[in-house]
Design a protein around this ligand. Structure first.
Ligand code: GLC
Length: 408
């Protein structure tokens, strides 16, 4: 199967070209899945850009990212979604997205990974990246300023959507598994947006007062990955002062993650619930617990994470890596409108694969790459897959599942 050719066809047919709101610039982005996700999503676009590079279309890879900057405009933080494409009769608009303060974008964030595609782009000779260096520096600095009021080094997410892992059971918190569970989940998503309206969408106030305040391990791991890559960009561009400042943030975030989120007894990383006394760890074993494999963590931690990853009673299914450990009551491998409660996703497999490569665990990395390719060969580019049967589920023609072409 010509995976790269298929990936190119998919990303090309998901591409949307439009004028910006002022009508003076052309934007182009890859919709994650036409008909299901038609807007420009932040971390999706960052990942799509990497696949455009792999395809060899550097210009297109750059424009995907450039459109994020155009859409962001003067805002300090990148929004998780830019609404280039809404009809105001769309159900999603009517239920949720009309609650944001403008019709242009959401006012919440997504995992801050943009440093990585910027690094890849500059290494591929896309010098125009330098035009965005100052703005990206501001972005990372503002994240730390607004989203860490307790000065722990770790970012707080104020809405489950900010993690990109929407309904992961680690966010169930006060919601229990009752009959009305699904409705209560969606109500909470909406209620939080209304709550932020009362804080005038002030980012710092949201991080201080939100009724949902979590230091998410995946968000902070990807924050560190983005920062680390962007520090390299600053080095290439010789931005000495900015580089020094971000190095301080990076050091603080890494020690915060290890000191506060690592659980020695369980050998896993856990999120912190900041609305509980003593920043309580949320002890639910999910893909997020393993994601720090992407970072420079001590080798005994790495080994413990790998032993969970390869345990058949936890994450080592026929088609790994399920997004929730099999040992959790909430694990559900089936197709479900509540996302991230068990099935295997290609982007998280890609992140773990990168981590294993970094730690020279090549054999295991190859095995995950091989099984991820199998998934796509059997079921096509779907949003997620059953970790036992490989059956595809969720949205079709799903953009970031083409990341599998990078896993070699
Ligand atoms: C789902 C995912 C989110 C992703 C979005 C668009 O909401 O949970 O992470 O960004 O779809 O693909």
């Amino acid at each position: 199967m010509d995976l790269l050719g298929e990936a190119k066809n998919l990303l090309t047919s998901n591409s949307i070209i439009k004028k910006n709101r002022e009508g003076n610039q052309e934007i182009v982005f890859t919709a994650p899945s036409p008909g299901t996700y038609d807007q420009q999503w932040f971390w999706d676009s960052c990942l799509h850009s990497l696949v455009w590079l792999k395809i060899g279309d550097k210009e297109r890879a750059f424009r995907e990212i450039k459109s994020l900057f155009i859409g962001k405009g003067q805002r300090k933080l990148f929004p998780h979604m830019i609404f280039w494409n809404y009809k105001k009769t769309d159900p999603y608009w009517l239920i949720f997205d009309r609650l944001y303060p403008t019709d242009n974008y959401s006012e919440i964030i997504q995992p801050p990974i943009i440093g990585y595609p910027l690094l890849r782009l500059i290494k591929e000779g896309q010098e125009q990246v330098s035009n965005f260096a100052q703005e990206t520096f501001q972005y990372y600095s503002h994240l730390a300023k607004y989203r860490d009021p307790e000065d722990t080094g770790l970012l707080t997410i104020v809405h489950p959507w900010e993690s990109g892992l929407d309904s992961s059971p680690k966010f169930d918190l006060e919601l229990t598994n009752t009959k009305l569970f699904r409705i209560r989940q969606w109500r909470r998503m909406k209620r939080l947006l209304k709550e932020f309206g009362r804080y005038n969408w002030d980012q710092r106030e949201m991080a201080l007062k939100s009724s949902f305040k979590v230091k998410c391990v995946l968000t902070n791991t990807l924050f560190l990955w983005g920062l680390d890559s962007f520090i390299e960009v600053l080095d290439i561009l010789k931005f000495k002062e900015e580089k020094l400042q971000l190095e301080i943030l990076k050091k603080k975030a890494l020690s915060g993650l290890i000191e506060k989120c690592w659980n020695e007894e369980d050998g896993l990383f856990f999120d912190l619930n900041m609305n509980k006394k003593n920043e309580q760890q949320i002890k639910i074993s999910t893909i997020s617990s393993l994601i720090p494999l992407m970072l420079d963590i001590p080798s005994d931690m790495k080994n413990q994470l790998i032993s969970h990853l390869t345990n058949e009673k936890e994450f080592w299914t026929r088609y790994p890596i399920p997004t929730v450990s099999l040992s959790e009551k909430s694990f559900n491998p089936e197709d479900s409108p509540l996302l991230w409660r068990g099935p295997t996703w290609v982007n998280t497999n890609y992140f773990i694969w990168l981590g294993l490569k970094k730690h020279k665990e090549d054999k295991l990395a190859d095995e995950i790459a091989f099984k991820t390719k199998k998934l796509v060969e059997i079921s096509g580019f779907r949003e997620f897959y059953n970790p036992f049967t490989g059956e595809g589920a969720g949205a079709e023609n799903f953009g970031w599942s083409t990341l599998v072409t990078l896993m070699e």
